[in-house]
Ligand binder design. Sequence first.
Ligand SMILES: *[C@@H]1O[C@H](CO)[C@@H](O)[C@H](O)[C@H]1NC(C)=O
Ligand SMILES: *[C@@H]1O[C@H](CO)[C@@H](O)[C@H](O)[C@H]1NC(C)=O
Ligand SMILES: *[C@@H]1O[C@H](CO)[C@@H](O)[C@H](O)[C@H]1NC(C)=O
Ligand SMILES: *[C@@H]1O[C@H](CO)[C@@H](O)[C@H](O)[C@H]1NC(C)=O
Ligand SMILES: *[C@@H]1O[C@H](CO)[C@@H](O)[C@H](O)[C@H]1NC(C)=O
Length: 486
Amino acid sequence: MKITVRDAAVLAIVASHARAALSVDFGSTDSIKAAAKTVAANLMGYYKGDQPGETPGILPGPPPHGAYYWWEGGALWGTIIDYWHYTGDTTYNDETQRSLVFQANSPANNFMPPNWTASLGNDDQGFWGMSAMLAAESNFQNPPEDQPQWLALAQAVFNTQASRWDTKYCAGGLRWQIPLSNNGYNYKNSIANAVFFNIAARLARYTGNSSYADWATKTWDWTVAMGYIDADYNIFDGAHTDFNCTDINRAQFSYTAAAFIQGAGFMYSFTNGAQFWADHLQYLTNRTLEVFFPRGIMKEVACELENLNQCTADMLSYKGYVHRWLASTTLLAPFMHDTIMPVLLSSAKGMAQSCRDDSGTCGFRWDRGGYDGVTGAGQQMNALGALTSLLVQGDKKAPVTNNTGGTSIGDPSAGAGTDVVTEGEEKKISTTDKIVSWVVTGIIAFLCGLWTIFMITDVLEGPRRTWQGPMDDGHGRRNRNGFRLE
Ligand SMILES: *[C@@H]1O[C@H](CO)[C@@H](O)[C@H](O)[C@H]1NC(C)=O
Ligand SMILES: *[C@@H]1O[C@H](CO)[C@@H](O)[C@H](O)[C@H]1NC(C)=O
Ligand SMILES: *[C@@H]1O[C@H](CO)[C@@H](O)[C@H](O)[C@H]1NC(C)=O
Ligand SMILES: *[C@@H]1O[C@H](CO)[C@@H](O)[C@H](O)[C@H]1NC(C)=O
Ligand SMILES: *[C@@H]1O[C@H](CO)[C@@H](O)[C@H](O)[C@H]1NC(C)=O
């Protein structure tokens, strides 16, 4: 094969792209911190909420006004709190405090601002709640007394969600969406329940109040009983109330597993090492590492396909949560350290290869040995989470409790009576719900029939996919067609 001048130029560019990466000496805490600082600055470039006329706390959105839904702002501040906690860099602390307080929805202070009702899922509210909880556990700067406090905010999220525990269908569980008019109200998904479990477990440990632990255990048991967590510790996306939650969509998303793992870590710590949680923690973590870290590098397997990236803006951000929550688990359940940390390290090395250069712009795919050009706030949170997660330092950085130096002020009844679904609305459901349910059932049956015909006529080629159609994850009221087509 003859190599022309042009080919040579192209090869040189490819080679230089392959070489360029974020330079990090993974043996040096200072080097990791320096890289994190660059990536954090790049991440905060996506945030406009501190500019005149913009809304504090949120990333540009929601679509069509920008790529990001409201919940991802909540996720951003959790990422930044960890960044501060592990590096000591306070640059973004004031904006973080202002943002969490601004979106808390004063005076209800329940993270349910009316602006975002159209995309308000229990998981969305819960992401803000987890960031408030993290602030309490990290002894992050407390807001002035006349403003909502971190612990009370997490309790408000817990209380409003506990009051939504719904036994009418599927013998329990949280629905995905909060307002009954939202698409997805009839879907009970694993992420909404994972986040509730996570917050309950953390409140138990922080406050020492075992009522929270009872709720965590109940939520875990329900998720297992419904088959959302199977015997091999796969965690599936969810199912519909129309089918009493038997039509399980078997797509697996990494952050759901990580939210359960971290919650189980808190339960392990709260119970002083109960065998029940030690066992679940090991099996679930091992399975999660197997599914989402092929060859030791994280991959969002449901949408990050070999030759096609189907991940939505939501899904592009999960890697960072997984790294951070697994790292945090090693502080709560130190016996998991040697299972988790080597994998987080090899994965972070893959991440560094995915960055364009030392400007700290990182791509999405971490297993290609180069930069894929797919950028966004989620990818930056991923990169930052991968770096800060390597800075866990045993007890020194372990989450505090009310008895071990935590200073956040709580309110056990926070959020009570502030929910959007009123009694009157609840009563209205029954008649309309029935009709909607019949229609939906009919449509789904029709589509399932079509699917069977496709299968029989072998129209589909290529690898079998468990999830057909626009990708969704529990955050896409948008393309939601979350029924199982398998
Ligand atoms: C709600 O939207 C209005 C109008 O855009 C804005 O002024 C306000 O700051 C928003 N509030 C929150 C909590 O986002
Ligand atoms: C719905 O599922 C729950 C839990 O599996 C079960 O206890 C209940 O009997 C089911 N209800 C109906 C109507 O099938
Ligand atoms: C936390 O500790 C303080 C001081 O010991 C105590 O006054 C407060 O009631 C405790 N709060 C909780 C939620 O247990
Ligand atoms: C413990 O938590 C439960 C659930 O939120 C609450 O009802 C109860 O008042 C709490 N108990 C104390 C002593 O704070
Ligand atoms: C989980 O993986 C670790 C490390 O690979 C191994 O030592 C441990 O035995 C595994 N635990 C279970 C329950 O499979």
